[in-house]
Write a protein that binds this ligand. Structure first.
Ligand SMILES: [Zn+2]
Length: 137
């Protein structure tokens, strides 16, 4: 593993998410009032005039979803990812509803398809754990 991998861009808003990932947990924001799930951090659209984050908290999610869209990359945006080529970038429609952009690992890129059932995996890159998805086992 190269140590030149870019680090996740962690800020005040997403720090709880990355803290959970470090413990191999996948969390999303859920509304305490109506149960709606959000990613990324947002306000709940089901209640007007609520403060940002007003009724939302981070909760562990199922880590399951389906491939909504994907593409196979044969060139790396960052040279650090050259050894991972070809890799799959996908938009996962999570069981809870939100879309989550990530990589698909654990299968041949040619075996990825729209609607494919996937689940969370954690891989190490440059000393950081990253939330990616793989075929449902
Ligand atoms: Zn709500």
């Amino acid at each position: 593993m190269s140590s030149s991998y870019p680090k996740p861009a962690i800020d005040e808003d997403n720090k709880p998410f990355w803290d959970a990932v470090r413990n191999r947990k996948f969390v999303l924001m859920q509304c305490r009032k109506c149960g709606a799930w959000y990613w990324p951090a947002a306000y709940c659209r089901n209640h007007a005039n609520q403060p940002f984050y007003g009724s939302l908290e981070w909760r562990e999610a199922s880590g399951r979803g389906k491939v909504f869209a994907y593409n196979v990359h044969h060139r790396a945006f960052d040279p650090a990812f050259k050894t991972d080529l070809p890799y799959v970038y996908a938009l996962i429609e999570l069981e809870e509803g939100p879309m989550f952009g990530t990589n698909i690992v654990g299968c041949d890129p040619g075996d990825v398809s729209i609607g494919m059932d996937v689940e969370i995996r954690f891989i190490e890159r440059g000393g950081a754990l990253l939330p990616v998805f793989g075929p449902k086992g």
